[in-house]
Design a protein around this ligand. Structure first.
Ligand code: PNS
Length: 163
């Protein structure tokens, strides 16, 4: 069985992420989503909130059999512990490339048995990012094209709490 891990901050999960999940599911027998506990940039949602939102978003769009976990520390250690053959990442525009290339090569240096595999996102989501969604929603914009309803509601609640 060929299992893969799709890691990220998912702060919050968007339709772009879900598009990558669908594509990766077609290629791998098993896919696990891993939500990092301490992202590089401060997160709006806690790790547990982000994990729960990923689970609810998967349910909302009808994607089954994709477990969601959280991890802290090195991604490669999490990948090894799960016994996956690959780390999945999504690529949007070329601007993603430098960061992704650096991360993939670092992870390969740490364990050359685990490959990083990139999936191109659908054209519609090329410029979609969690940061953009947060910014638009923070100022009252409509994000229904970018995120499932459960995420939209969670953003509304979060911004109400922090207002
Ligand atoms: O969604 P993101 O923020 O682009 O995801 C980046 C993430 C979380 C996959 C990456 O920063 C990560 O796994 N960090 C954990 C620490 C680590 O393993 N660093 C070395 C590889 S860059």
């Amino acid at each position: 069985m060929r299992a893969a891990l799709y890691p990220g901050s998912f702060d919050p999960i968007t339709y772009g992420h879900l598009d990558i999940v669908r594509r990766a599911r077609k290629v791998f027998d098993k896919l696990t989503i891993a939500v990092v506990e301490n992202p590089r940039k401060g997160a709006l949602f806690s790790a547990e909130e982000r994990k729960r939102l990923v689970e609810r978003a998967l349910e909302e769009v009808g994607i089954e059999d994709v477990p969601v976990i959280t991890y802290s520390g090195l991604l490669i250690e999490c990948a090894k512990a799960l016994g996956v053959v690959a780390i999945v990442r999504g690529l949007r525009a070329t601007s993603d490339f430098d960061y992704e290339f650096q991360m993939a090569l670092t992870n390969r240096d740490l364990d050359s048995d685990i490959e990083t595999v990139f999936f191109m996102t659908a054209g519609t989501y090329c410029f979609l990012s969690s940061s953009m969604v947060k910014e638009v929603k923070r100022y009252g914009g409509d994000v229904s094209k970018f995120v499932p309803r459960c995420v939209e509601r969670a953003l509304e609640e979060k911004f109400r709490e922090t207002a």
